[in-house]
Design a protein around this ligand. Sequence first.
Ligand code: C5P
Length: 413
Amino acid sequence: MNYLNGKHILVGVTGGIAAYKSAELVRQLRLSGAVVRVVMTTAAAEFITPLTLQALSGNPVHTDLLDTAAEAAMGHIELARWADALLVAPATADFIARVAEGRANDLLAAVCLACDAPLAIAPAMNRVMWKKPATGENLAKLQAGNVRVLGPAEGLQACGETGPGRMLEPEELVAGLSGMFQTGVLAGRQVLVTAGPTREAIDPVRYLSNRSSGRMGFAVATAAAEAGAAVTLISGPVSLATPAGVRRIDVESAADMYAAVMQAVTVADIFVSVAAVADYRPALVAPQKLKKESAESSLDLIRNPDILAAVAALPDAPFTAGFAAETEAVETNAQNKRLAKGVDMIAANRVGAGQGFDSKENALHVFWEAGEQVLPVTGKGKLARQLLDLIAEQFQNSCHQGKVIKFNAKDSA
Ligand code: C5P
């Protein structure tokens, strides 16, 4: 399965002869649907031109840590934040040593150090260099820090010798990178997600709604599927494609969403309520389009059911995680909301100023009974994966773990 569609992949190219294969790697990553940016070291630019990689990636190539114009446009921190994953291919012995030491003496090393997204390296070097204890120690250090080492392969080398040290072929690297998104931390679990806004009808043509784009909820559903869960996504009206492998149920109003959730939740191990559910709906829905007869008009509103609180109050509730979109006192309001709704986890975000609703980036402050964690501003896809990791961790520690027995029992019934 291809997990690269829509992912932001930062390809690092260092100075080895295998750099010529990076052109094909970038091309294949884009064919898999990834959005690709390339960072090259100065030595890499001696083997393959930045122009080639710019043309193939469709984005300017980044080379210089100290170029003020480039740093102003997209500096090392922005690149690190942008990336869903980093792949350094080829990774020379020198580059591996520098990353193992935590150096930041060129742009690529600085991005690797500044990035909290998964990092993969594809070593490429002469067989003797590969077998040197120093190289082995550096690699062990990187692997201990969760860096994925892809390859190398054995065979005929550019230097004329035969042995280990050849960079893997581009298609093998694409498959290896894709596999990194398939975490399996929720394998065998059922995850229910709500997303998007709801629409509360006023008359046959008008409704009350909000600015939710559905992106965060869809990103959570994608991340849950990648984590190995069976995912049901109940979505309000949005213009987003259904994530691969996810069962989607479309609804309009909060009442529709409530009914769909209550039906689907019986088999859920985890419920993530991302939808921006309208708190109120018009008390009466006019059967015909309302006319503008008077200078002033008013609308009577009644409360919608709180879906998240209702799920959390179920006798056999799943692990529940909700969102708290706040414009002020984010932490206090989020903690209060967690307690008031009786949920296991609340992910708070500040909305407005290009963040939160209707934007591609977000930051979260996540609270649960025994802890909290800040997930700094980044793309919603990456943020959703980080949140799912936290949910999976807290789910494992929670009393809801046993729910799987119910799900298995139903399966075998
Ligand atoms: O109370 P507030 O709307 O701020 O709470 C937000 C959280 O509660 C979100 O997780 C949202 O999906 C959920 N919610 C809900 N049903 C409502 C209102 C909010 O499930 N009627």
